[in-house]
Design a protein. Structure first.
Length: 214
């Protein structure tokens, strides 16, 4: 900027606590997104014998939860402010934890448990948490940014989403395949144990966001 040129990233946009905390929350949250659906698909298809279509149909439970959370009135979300997406992180973590307990409850040498349809219950909870977190988090962060920095912060947030997804897939993938010797249920449970931590970390990072300006 001192040379009269436009930088790719205006670092002054990162000066505010809102942007830094928002990007951390976004990155951590998305670490738990793509990685979850990958290990879920592996577990359902390779561990439970579902077809690709059947596995994809199971994903609709999470989609239904996401849709339900998206239908919550904007007035209620605005009243709760940053605590709405923070609560979403807690709900998402509860869904991961519940799913992990369900898939590992049979133990070695037992018939896989629970039944596949029963898995839709924690998947619905996970979807609700995701819906509570995604859009409101972006809105809260951008609402605190000055107009001249909106483009930069929006681009940084989109980049953070991609980095979070990629990093999550890499790390959770290592955990999953590293535990695969104990079976697909064991590997999926190991991955979910780490995934449960991520939305909780996002909820903590959200607490560093200031209250939304009137």
């Amino acid at each position: 900027m001192r040379r009269g040129r436009t930088p790719l990233i205006d670092l002054s946009a990162l000066a505010g606590r809102t942007v830094r905390a928002g990007l951390v929350a976004t990155g951590v949250f998305y670490c738990a997104m793509a990685s979850f659906f990958i290990v879920l698909a592996l577990y359902l298809q390779e561990g439970r014998g579902l077809s690709a279509l059947g596995s994809g149909a199971m994903f609709t439970a999470a989609g239904a939860g996401y849709l339900a959370a998206s239908l919550v009135p904007a007035r209620l979300i605005a009243r709760l402010g940053k605590q709405w997406p923070a609560a979403g992180g807690l709900v998402m973590a509860a869904g991961y934890a519940g799913l992990g307990l369900m898939v590992t409850s049979g133990g070695a040498g037992h018939t896989p448990t629970p039944t596949v349809p029963l898995l839709t219950v924690p998947l619905l909870i996970v979807g609700i948490g995701m819906g509570m977190l995604t859009a409101p988090l972006t809105g809260i962060v951008l609402a605190q940014v000055t107009p001249q920095h909106v483009g930069t912060v929006s681009g940084l947030q989109a980049t953070t989403v991609q980095i979070g997804n990629s990093l999550g897939v890499a790390v959770i993938g290592v955990v999953f395949f590293g535990a695969l010797g104990g079976g697909f249920a064991h590997a999926f449970g190991a991955g979910l144990a780490w995934l449960t931590i991520l939305p909780l970390a996002a909820a903590v990072a959200i607490q560093f966001l200031p209250r939304r300006r009137a």
